[in-house]
Write a protein that binds this ligand. Structure first.
Ligand code: SF4
Length: 699
């Protein structure tokens, strides 16, 4: 007999609905949920192969392990032994060095309930704000920009806007590969409405460009110049909505002055595109009834990521294309629950329900609700700052949960050296493969997708339910249970939940009166309805925000920000003359700890490679498939060259997925990336590193 379970894909922020079928032998098979409003039965290559990932338990961690000294091997331990020892070490460190000497580094793949309890533990009871997640590497620039422009970290639109748009601008993203189900909806919408215009800006000719009416192949680092120039062309072309600007925004006059500082022709030269293309983009946007923008890492992962985001959002604010069907600035989320993590305040600068750490009233509300210690007003360490603090000894202990920083952090050799210096490292993981385990004093085996239940929130503010289908192998436990057991070992009250629904319901109550209010929601409703969009007062929730053009700012007006258009990435030099940009390939997910287990997914691209323009290759005597060395002062990568006219001259591309192979780290793109951060979002500048490329000759 077969049983079927409805759940949600655990990979990207699209948030597709999945049906898991389980046969009598316990074998699983997945298919798209035809009733789900996001994917309507479709799945991408990663989603449709999820059952292989779940069924292969050969690499799973089965039991807790611990060691009493760095030089000793870890031994199998009971849960009590591992957690009691960790609680004793944490308590000793906190007593001697204060609460800011410990930190939790979590993941946008954690469920909302997991995020909630770990955030409650460190902020509400340990008394530090040292919690951050790998979402910092992904979309913190978009979060900051939404807040600065609209008064709240809130995606205004919904996926159903796609079918109602007639101009879609994709900036610094390749959704055809990275958010495939969104892209299939865009493809279908364009097929139904051939007049729909698609604009893509990207230094590479990606798969998404095949659908584009206009590809703006900009030089890396010139996005603000491009967006400002389009803004100028919209103003001079008479395409702005003066009624909307006057009634619902602030800052237009200063913006107009800033964007008219450069001529379109000057901007085009900086961007490396034709001026005519900027006018065409403005014409497409200006003539649209519904205008959407989609973006991801090309804008976010930058030393000026927040300004890149704001410059794109401005195009909506000057044309009034926000809060109405088919319109809105839409940040595509990389991870499945980056948004849910922020709802519960799981970043170093946040409190639950998007409350603000620097606001004494907000701290008071949360402390009274949790009943723990007074909340610190000192912002915690962000993702990369944690590793810097391990390096210089300010941070003594780190708890790494559901993430693989020794592939995903920038300047990753620095991060690895930092872990070597840590006094105590806890790794909470499903797999025995991540390199972080080498440095772990304690390893805690976690349950994986289908082995636990809970909720996640996708990119369109849709909270979805995830079902438990099968038991975790060995002694692995759900992440929320691990954290709660640890909190109790530390002697803290308030972690006696008997099931996940109690955690979720507590989170719902804490949102009362905030902009993301879901206090009328509870776990039973989510479980029954499968998904709703926040804020929630009933029914299916709120698909679209700002329909009344009242924004979450004090005067309810959106803010049109202005700023310089300078690129603040590291400079090129005669020794390091090429710009390295990194990104994903179609069939792999992040650091491949799940997709890497599926042989089918390696058929598309099996190994790492360097994409390089034929002219840059010719100048270096490099031929197709030659081994090349990519290097700078931070590290080296050695892979095969792939010559391609699809990348701009002067730019090279490496996929970000690969880590160490047979103890060699020469495939790891982040050996080369820079620690430069956006000063507001603290998101690293992954998309622009100065490198040299040479043909590799065996010594
Ligand atoms: Fe999963 Fe994203 Fe693919 Fe949907 S698009 S199936 S959420 S990986």
């Amino acid at each position: 007999m077969q049983a079927s379970f409805k759940t949600t894909c655990c990979y990207c922020g699209v948030g597709c609905g999945i049906v898991v079928h389980k046969d009598r032998q316990g074998k699983l098979h997945v298919e798209g949920d035809t009733a789900h409003p996001v994917n309507r039965g479709m799945l991408c290559s990663k989603g449709m192969n999820l059952h292989y990932t779940v069924m292969d338990t050969s690499d799973r961690l089965l039991y807790p392990e611990m060691r009493y000294h760095r030089n000793l091997p870890r031994q199998r331990a009971s849960w009590d032994q591992a957690l009691e020892r960790t609680a004793a070490v944490f308590a000793a460190i906190i007593k001697k060095h204060g609460p800011d000497a410990v930190a939790f580094y979590a993941s946008g793949q954690c469920l909302t309930e997991e995020y909630y309890v770990v955030n409650k533990l460190i902020k509400g009871f340990i008394g530090s704000n040292n919690i951050d997640t790998n979402s910092r590497l992904c979309m913190s620039s978009a979060v900051a920009a939404y807040k600065m422009a609209l008064g709240e970290d809130a995606v205004p639109g919904t996926y159903d806007d796609i079918e109602q748009a007639d101009c879609i601008f994709v900036a610094g993203a390749n959704p055809a590969w990275c958010h495939p189900i969104i892209w299939r909806r865009v493809e279908a919408a364009k097929a139904a409405n051939p007049a729909m215009k698609i604009i893509v800006s990207d230094p590479r000719v990606t798969q998404s460009c095949s659908l584009a009416d206009l590809h703006l192949q900009v030089n890396p680092g010139t996005d603000i110049v491009l967006h400002h120039a389009i803004g100028r062309a919209l103003i001079t072309g008479g395409y702005t909505d003066s009624g909307f600007i006057g009634a619902h925004t602030n800052g237009f006059a200063a913006y107009r002055e800033a964007v008219t500082a450069r001529s379109i022709e000057e901007a085009a030269a900086i961007c490396g595109i034709a001026a005519a293309d900027i006018y065409t983009a403005a014409e497409y946007i200006g003539n649209a009834q519904g205008f959407m923008t989609f973006w991801t890492m090309g804008l976010n992962q930058s030393a000026v990521g927040v300004h890149k985001n704001l410059s794109l959002i401005n195009l909506h604010l000057i044309t009034g294309h926000i809060g109405k069907p088919g319109s809105g600035p839409f940040s595509l989320t990389g991870q499945p629950n980056a948004m849910g993590g922020r709802e519960v305040g799981g970043l170093s600068n946040l409190l639950p329900a998007h409350r603000v750490l620097s606001n004494p009233q907000h701290r008071q509300e949360v402390q009274e609700f949790w009943g723990g210690t007074a909340l610190s007003d000192k912002p915690g360490l962000t993702a990369t700052e944690m590793f810097s603090a391990l390096h210089d000894g300010r941070l003594k202990a780190i708890w790494i949960m559901c993430t693989n920083p020794l592939i995903s952090l920038p300047d990753v050799r620095f991060a690895e050296a930092a872990l070597q210096k840590a006094k105590y490292v806890v790794v909470q993981e499903i797999s025995s493969k991540p390199e972080t385990l080498r440095y772990a004093d304690v390893v805690l085996p976690a349950a994986a997708w289908t082995e636990k239940e809970g909720t996640m929130t996708n990119a369109e503010r849709r909270i979805s339910y995830l079902t438990k289908v099968n038991d975790a192998p060995g002694e692995a436990l759900p992440d929320a249970e691990i954290i709660c057991r640890f909190a109790k070992k530390m002697g803290y009250h308030g972690f006696d939940y008997t099931n996940v629904s109690e955690i979720y319901d507590e989170h719902c109550r804490l949102t009362a009166g905030t902009n993301i209010d879901i206090s009328h929601l509870n776990y039973d409703i989510i479980k029954k309805q499968r998904s709703v969009q926040w804020p929630y007062t009933g029914g299916q929730g709120t698909p679209r925000l700002f329909g009344d053009h009242r924004f979450y700012t004090p005067d309810e007006k959106a803010m049109i920000h202005h700023f310089e258009d300078e690129n603040k990435s590291e400079p090129l030099s005669s020794d390091l003359p090429l710009i390295l940009t990194t990104g994903r390939i179609r069939d792999q997910w992040h650091t491949m700890s799940k997709t890497g287990k599926v042989s089918k997914l390696k058929q598309h691209i099996a190994t790492s490679f360097l994409e390089i323009h034929p002219e840059d290759a010719r100048q270096r005597g490099i031929h197709a498939d030659d081994m090349v060395t990519v290097s700078n002062g931070r590290g080296t990568v050695r892979v095969k060259a792939q010559l391609s006219n699809t990348i701009k001259q002067g730019v090279v591309f490496l996929p970000m997925h690969w880590g160490k192979i047979l103890n060699s780290d020469l495939h790891r793109a982040n050996n080369l990336t820079s620690q430069l951060l956006d000063p507001i979002s603290k998101q690293p500048d992954f998309k622009y590193a100065a490198v040299q490329v040479e043909r590799y000759r065996k010594p």
